[in-house]
Design a protein around this ligand. Structure first.
Ligand SMILES: Cc1ncc(COP(=O)(O)O)c(C=O)c1O
Length: 404
């Protein structure tokens, strides 16, 4: 296996489907989600760093990095999806539009009396479950969270610290989702899952719409800096909900100026890469043990809601070895003079590692050419998490472990 595998997606922007798929990611939907998030006391836009020295070093016009470790004090972007989906679920139960509901309204005794006690159920590698559990606690409801085999202690502890029940299963992520779903059905819980399957699409769509807050903030921050929209975007993917939301949001907002977008995954869980490479429009799954340090990306089945967006709008897919993510973490932790240091975890830093490989490694030249990455390019990266596993973070950044 190569350190980095690359596939240029020939199926881009089919006008037949554009309108239908992108309607879910339009400015009005993004504005609704943002307004809901703004009703939380913890809300503040996360920083967008301009890594000028790194851009010069890599031969690019600019690199902008959104730091989601600062999101709601939870060290990852994921809470944006879980919280908004819970808001939409309660809005539906109350028969009121989401625009009328704030965090405080949902936590109020009047609402509590009307809807009663609800148990939100989910499966997670850590970040999504923490977001769901945190939101449930904020509004005085309960959460039950299932995690795949091998989940790290700190991630389990972070979820239990919110008061949620948390069970580590004997299975991988995708099977843990099925276990959580069965639990919800048996116990009258409400499944809040960040991936979609046949017949379960509304909640994952709301989760994606919640993620669009990241895109709205970025476009606003770039405008504030007087910088044009990015020409290139690298998005990491597990089930692809995050990538679909960001790319869908950008495509809906920017149209023809949508950045050339590459979807990035670990070799061991490269379901979007395989799905795009198959070129028949249908998603492919990766099954079994997915051994990668990128826990957030260790998902083998693409979400059917995001798949169409990625299939029709992603320019390329990249699949890479764990050491590429480890490099990304070190590059961000030990910046060139003038650039800020950024604490970025395994799933957060992989796109930085991929960009450095493409621009610096002799085997990356063909990829840079295929993506038209030049001195004029403005590249957007999103560090989707901080050190969500502090021990692994130190192993990699302090002690140089690559885990391969
Ligand atoms: C830190 C981090 N980045 C990226 C992702 C990928 O998101 P998705 O599964 O929607 O593709 C996840 C998913 O859990 C994550 O935790």
């Amino acid at each position: 296996m190569n350190l980095v595998d690359f596939f240029r997606n020939p199926r881009q922007s089919d006008p037949q489907v554009d309108g239908v798929l992108l309607a879910d990611f339009c400015a009005a939907e993004a504005a609704r989600a943002l307004a809901f998030h703004q009703s939380f006391r913890e809300y503040a836009p996360t920083p967008l760093a301009s890594l000028d020295a790194l851009a010069t070093d890599l031969g690019l016009g600019g690199i902008f990095l959104k730091d989601e470790s600062k999101r709601f004090g939870l060290n990852a972007f994921k809470v944006l999806g879980g919280s908004y989906a819970i808001g939409r679920i309660l809005a539906e139960r109350l028969g009121r539009p989401i625009e009328e509901l704030t965090r405080d309204a949902l936590a109020s005794p009047a609402v509590r009396e009307k809807i009663g006690a609800i148990t939100f159920v989910t499966a997670t590698d850590g970040n999504h479950g923490r977001g769901v559990a945190w939101t449930a606690r904020q509004i005085g409801q309960k959460a039950v969270v299932f995690m795949p085999r091998g989940s790290l202690r700190e991630r389990v502890d972070n979820i239990r610290a919110t008061g949620a029940e948390c069970h580590v299963t004997e299975h991988n992520y995708d099977d843990s989702v099925r276990i959580a779903n069965e639990y919800a059905e048996r116990n009258g819980g409400v499944m809040v899952q960040d991936t979609a399957w046949e017949g379960y699409e509304d909640i994952p769509r709301w989760i994606m719409q919640g993620y669009m807050t990241v895109a709205v903030e970025i476009l606003e921050q770039l405008r504030g800096l007087g910088v044009d929209a990015p020409t290139h975007l690298f998005l990491q993917a597990g089930v692809g909900s995050f990538a679909g939301a960001l790319l869908g949001g950008m495509a809906a907002a920017l149209g023809e100026r949508t950045p050339v977008t590459a979807i990035v995954e670990p070799h061991q869980a490269n379901c979007i890469f395989r799905s795009l490479r198959a070129q028949d429009g249908h998603p492919r799954a990766v099954t079994g043990e997915m051994r990668t340090i990128m826990a957030g990306l260790a998902c083998g089945e693409p979400s059917i809601v995001s798949w169409g967006v990625l299939r029709d709008h992603a320019a390329a897919a990249v699949s890479c070895a764990d050491r590429i993510a480890a490099n990304g973490m070190r590059i961000l932790a030990a910046p060139r003079p003038g650039d800020p240091a950024i604490v970025s975890g395994e799933s957060g830093a992989v796109t930085t590692g991929v960009l450095e490989y493409i621009m610096k490694h002799p085997d990356g030249r063909g990829i840079a050419a295929a993506l038209s990455l030049t001195r004029e390019s403005r590249v957007l990266l999103i560090s989707t998490e901080g050190d969500t596993s502090p021990e692994t973070y130190r192993d990699i950044v302090w002690y140089g472990n690559n885990f391969d």
